[in-house]
Design a protein around this ligand. Structure first.
Ligand SMILES: Cc1ncc(C[n+]2csc(CCOP(=O)(O)OP(=O)(O)O)c2C)c(N)n1
Ligand SMILES: [Mg+2]
Length: 692
């Protein structure tokens, strides 16, 4: 798109100029107020000083059918959308009535569902990471338009706002790749102040964002003078029109000066030197003032506006300072959105049902979901038409439901996971797959920063409904990068749920519950159980439950019971385990007839621990078994908690058994079996415990 070099200010209404002017002055007055009251404004904050023109010009293009991901400097953008100084100051001071988070997250971190305003989902502080959820929103718009769920006439678009420093983050490239690949209606606005805290542009990159965008074939691009409101407004109007009408992506590179501190904590006098004087020459306020005078406003009229604003900002600040603090007892609220699935229901074993493998149970569950929910879609590497998943776990789904709903993604784990935050915000119901648990790590950043904290930090406005399928586990020489267990790492992330079924019926019932859960659910599927090919795993196959069958998350179950007389005689114990552990325990239990109860956790978080305590109480002895290396694992921490709670009933310490503590599952099968637990090792542990 051609650069705009000749803005025609006369074409713009004076009204818009005046609106922009009063909001610019408001932003400046707010920044000055915060500066003058540093003791009161104790929480770290950034202001938009210098960036006001481009931000207001952008805000004025957004409608109530649009979506936006902003960044921490977009204060003037929020004023442009109509938020009052008082509302913004409530967040500055982390007050109870902060409309975005109730005092949980910093200034300039909006989350918005308000009639007439664009939807703005959870905003993390991680630079550049919003590019993926933003692109996910655009992807969802495209998908829901194709499904006839979002009307095309709305011409909804997504705005993704970024700093220039943020653009060099790798995840921004994943987002841009997807935007051009799928030709998504999104505007990437890069506010280039040539700083990334104290690093100059020349230290951070060999090209600016406009030049960088050239590498993304099909990405339209535009340069704007972001310090000039008229230029910015004309340019952004064209950029939005392009995305709305062509339904394609565009990147706008807006140069603007940074006139304030990087943040209240990193102050300009420490590193800016003379550059601040130079930057002041591009202050958007005097530029707009001159344009207003040229358009017929008098200096006296402009001064009157300024006086009114100063008074308004001062009043807002006084009110915000005395607004109530949040009630500390509310910290527990909104860790998760409530799930509708709280009871097992439907038919687990329908008459005449055939036995099904775990992999097919998963496939059928997804198929039934896709049939019932037109807003559901399934994507990941190789799940599309040609292959249907490397385990054939998605076989024929794309053929049946179309490439819009079931498709291959590029090799972009961050996008696969992070896009679900955007998808969910727009109303799609994403099911995604990470090909192997060992490759979850590139997606973990998005899982932590964008998904897991979203419900909590937006006070329940943006729970991320997504189901993340992850084949996991070791068997038969899969080697160090196709065998890893990762549940302990996942379980340190608050705000997600983790499921780990061990048989086909649970696979299907839990998958339905996971899909319907309004929160992020990571669904771990053991590759060694998929087809029950391994000796001793025959029981992983089960009669296929009916389509209505559902198992709530968080409920462990008993899979083997011990005899009453053995319990009475104190000759029994309970093995608490999950996944492949169930089959090692079943095999081992054969040597201890009637003495062993086995409990399958099924869900690792949430987890009904009272159910486990009761089981331990029945026996006075418990073995906790996992496939993970034991040291600092989930199972060790569970054992610690259960030991404290069951101390009075225990006849022996709670024992734990897992893999050897080595950094990877070695390739050679002799080495692999030395590392992993097996039935013999479990039998030894049981024997030891029974004779304790
Ligand atoms: C992932 C991540 N790394 C580091 C930081 C610390 N940090 C905060 S702002 C910032 C500089 C960002 O510069 P830019 O994107 O140009 O935005 P600007 O503040 O200049 O508007 C850095 C490094 C962060 N917030 N997130
Ligand atoms: Mg910058």
């Amino acid at each position: 798109m051609a650069n705009i070099t000749q803005p025609k200010s006369l074409e713009l209404y004076l009204k818009i100029l005046l609106q922009a002017y009063s909001r610019m002055l408001t932003a400046r007055a707010m920044a000055n107020t915060y500066e003058q009251n540093r003791q009161i404004c104790r929480y770290v904050h950034s202001t938009s000083r210098g960036h006001e023109a481009i931000q207001l010009a952008t805000a004025f293009q957004l409608s109530g059918h649009d979506y936006a991901c902003l960044y921490y400097r977009d204060e003037a953008m929020l004023l442009g959308l109509g938020f009052t100084p008082y509302e913004l100051m409530l967040q500055l001071l982390a007050k109870a009535d902060d409309p975005f988070s109730g005092g949980r997250i910093y200034y300039g971190h909006p989350s918005v569902r308000r009639e007439g305003l664009p939807i703005i989902p959870h905003q993390s502080s991680a630079t550049g990471m919003q590019a993926i959820p933003a692109t996910g929103m655009s992807h969802a718009i495209r998908f829901l338009e194709a499904q006839g769920i979002i009307p095309l006439e709305r011409q909804s678009v997504v705005l993704c706002s970024l700093g220039d420093g943020a653009v060099t983050e790798g995840e921004v490239s994943e987002a841009l790749q997807m935007a051009v690949l799928k030709q998504l209606p999104i505007i990437y606005l890069v506010q280039d102040n040539d700083w990334g805290i104290s690093a100059k542009g020349s230290e951070m990159r060999a090209m600016d964002a406009y030049e960088f965008a050239q590498g993304f074939k099909g990405l339209e691009r535009m340069r704007i003078d972001g310090s000039d409101f008229v230029h910015s407004f004309t340019g952004m109007k064209r950029a939005f029109n392009y995305a709305r009408q062509e339904r394609k992506p565009i990147l706008v590179h807006a140069k603007c000066p940074l006139l304030g501190h990087h943040t209240s904590g990193v102050r300009k006098e420490w590193y800016r030197g003379e550059s601040i004087e130079l930057a002041l020459k591009n202050d958007p306020i005097p530029k707009l003032q001159a344009q207003l005078v040229e358009a017929g406003e008098t200096i006296a009229q402009l001064e009157e506006i300024e006086q009114e604003i100063l008074q308004l900002v001062a009043e807002a600040f006084s009110r915000a300072v005395i607004a109530p603090e949040p009630d500390p007892t509310t910290i527990y609220q909104h860790d998760f959105a409530p799930t509708p699935i709280v009871q097992e229901s439907g038919t687990r074993h329908p008459i005449g049902a055939a036995k099904v493998t775990m992999v097919d149970a998963a496939l059928h569950a997804i198929e039934e979901i896709l049939k019932d929910y037109p807003e559901a879609l399934f994507y990941g590497q190789d799940v599309g038409k040609q292959l249907g998943g490397v385990f054939r776990e998605a076989a024929l789904l794309a053929a049946k439901y179309g490439d819009e709903r079931v498709f291959n993604t590029p090799i972009q784990e961050a996008y696969i996971i992070g896009s679900t935050a955007g998808m969910a915000a727009v109303g799609a119901k994403p099911i995604v797959e990470i090909q192997f648990a060992d490759y979850m790590w590139p997606g973990l950043n998005q899982l932590v920063e964008e998904l897991s904290k979203s419900c909590y930090l937006t006070q329940g406005k943006f729970p991320v409904q997504c189901l993340i399928r992850v084949p996991i586990g070791a068997y038969g020489g899969g080697g160090p990068y196709h065998s890893g267990s990762i549940e302990s790492a996942l379980l340190t992330i608050r705000g997600i749920k983790v499921v780990y079924p061990s048989n086909a019926a649970d696979m299907k019932g839990l998958m339905k519950a996971a899909f319907l859960d309004p929160n992020p659910v990571v669904f771990l599927e053991h590759k060694g159980l998929y087809w029950s090919k391994l000796p001793g795993t025959e029981e992983a196959k089960s009669y296929e439950p009916a389509a209505d069958y559902i198992v709530p998350l968080g409920q462990p179950c008993q899979v083997v019971n011990a005899d009453l007389d053995k319990k009475m005689q104190g000759e029994s114990l309970v093995v608490i385990t999950y996944g492949m552990g169930i089959y090692w325990a079943r095999e081992a239990a054969k040597g201890f007839k009637g003495q062993i109860e086995i409990i399958d956790l099924r869900t690792l978080y949430p987890l009904n621990e009272a159910f486990l305590e009761e089981a331990i109480q029945r026996h006075g002895k418990a073995l906790l078994l996992t496939e993970e290396p034991l040291l600092n694992s989930f199972i060790e921490s569970l054992a610690g908690r259960l030991s404290q709670k069951c101390f009075r009933y225990l006849d022996a310490p709670i024992l734990t058994l897992g893999s050897e503590n080595v950094p990877a599952v070695p390739l050679n099968i002799c080495l692999e079996s030395k590392m992993l637990p097996n039935a013999d090792k479990v039998a030894k542990a049981i024997n030891h415990l029974l004779h304790y």
